[in-house]
Design a protein around this ligand. Structure first.
Ligand SMILES: Cc1ncc(COP(=O)(O)O)c(C=O)c1O
Length: 386
């Protein structure tokens, strides 16, 4: 009965099962995978959502690409990073995940290929498969920083339609550099690839000077940058994301007309969140600042803790909300995370969740409250070193 687009599902992984059991037994858990900002002990102003109740939101006048006032608000928000974005090139979506699926519908026929980074965000496998699209992974290699291995990118199949870049990437934290962008644009021109850049974490630079952002606005090939309230203002529950279209104007006009058709079939962005978008983006700055301070402080603590455990290495984190720790491969990653949970009550992600090419890596979220993070990472590092 079910289509072959559905990824395998139904079986819980070993970590999820072990965690559910531990919670059912009422045992304590220090969760170093928490990436939901609304559960990270941040202070959200009590009246932050007041703008959603505006009387203007009582009228329903759907516009496929989004209300002009909300598209202008998103364009204004980009000016914060020093980039001029034309509101006519902004498309509103309910989330970045939805933005991906609209772009796959726009660019790919069933069976076409898109290039995705490895290691990266595991949702790509699902988002592509549900759209009937194949993935071809290109590798990020760590040489003191994570860099694109262009040889793997060049071996992509002829039918590849688009290349996805996540900048900064989740979980490696690496931004695309200007040199990488030049090589990438040359490949896009040569192969006819469209460039899709997920910049949901672009507002959280860490170990980086002058990070490159708003890449679609700088591209001379058809390109799309993705962003959303979920990360930029710590408001995933409001369901507002966006696509900024860039590149040559003829291609951009054609893309906007195509997306308009797709968006018009769903009209998925609620009116209240569009009415409130300007205020949410402005006031969301207080949450963004708290998140940025939190991830910076936790990264400093992690580095300090790691000094006592030279067998573990905290890899460079240029930006984002997570850190990667290389740990001795005495156990498999799966054994290690299950033992960590069982003996120390700590949950961390294994590298294989993100398709790291080899073992052993642990990925920790930098969002948890400082006291929880400090204690749990010290114990994690001791455990992984023993
Ligand atoms: C790199 C990346 N892109 C997109 C998303 C999804 O964002 P949204 O909540 O806007 O769908 C996530 C969520 O963690 C992410 O890590």
């Amino acid at each position: 009965m079910l289509s072959r687009r559905l990824p395998p599902h139904g079986d819980l992984n070993a970590l999820t099962r072990a965690l559910a059991q531990r919670r059912a037994e009422g045992l304590p858990v220090a969760d170093l995978t928490e990436s939901n900002p609304t559960r990270a002990g941040l202070t959200y102003p009590a009246d932050l959502l007041a703008a959603l109740a505006s009387e203007a939101a009582l009228r329903y006048e759907p516009q496929a690409l989004g209300m002009p006032s909300a598209r202008e608000a998103v364009a204004r928000d980009h000016a914060r990073r020093g980039v001029a974005v034309d509101p006519d090139r902004v498309i509103l979506t309910a989330s970045t995940s939805e933005a991906y699926t609209w772009l796959f519908k726009l660019l790919c026929d069933a069976g076409d290929t898109v290039l995705v980074p490895r290691p990266s965000y595991p949702l790509f496998e699902h988002l592509t498969q549900i759209e009937g699209v194949r993935t071809f992974p290109f590798t990020l290699e760590y040489h003191g920083r994570w860099e694109i291995d262009f040889a793997t990118m060049q071996s992509a199949p002829e039918d590849a339609r688009a290349v996805i870049i996540v900048s900064p990437n989740n979980p490696t934290g690496s931004y695309l550099t200007p040199r990488e962008l030049d090589r990438l644009l040359a490949l896009c021109r040569d192969r006819g690839w469209v460039l899709i850049v997920d910049e949901v974490f672009a507002d959280y630079p860490l170990d980086v000077r002058a990070p490159l952002t708003d890449i679609a606005a700088r591209a001379d090939v058809p390109a799309f940058t993705l962003g959303g309230l979920s990360k930029t203002a710590g408001l995933p529950q409001l369901k507002l994301g966006w696509i900024v279209a860039g590149g040559p104007s003829e291609a951009c006009t054609a893309a906007l007309a195509g997306i308009e058709l797709i968006a018009d079939s769903f009209l998925s962005v609620s009116t209240p969140v569009q009415v409130a978008a300007g205020q949410l983006l402005e006031r969301g700055a207080t949450i963004r600042t708290q998140i940025h301070e939190r991830v910076r402080a936790n990264l400093t603590v992690l580095r300090q803790n790691a000094q006592s455990f030279p067998a573990c290495e905290v890899l460079r984190v240029e930006g984002g909300w997570s850190a990667v720790i290389r740990v001795p491969a005495m156990l498999t990653e799966e054994q290690l995370i299950l033992e960590l949970l069982h003996r120390e009550g700590i949950v961390a992600h294994p590298g294989y969740f993100f398709d790291f090419p080899r073992e052993a890596f642990l990925v920790v979220s930098l969002l948890p409250p400082l006291d929880v993070f400090q204690d749990a990472t010290a114990r994690l590092l001791r455990f992984a070193s023993s």
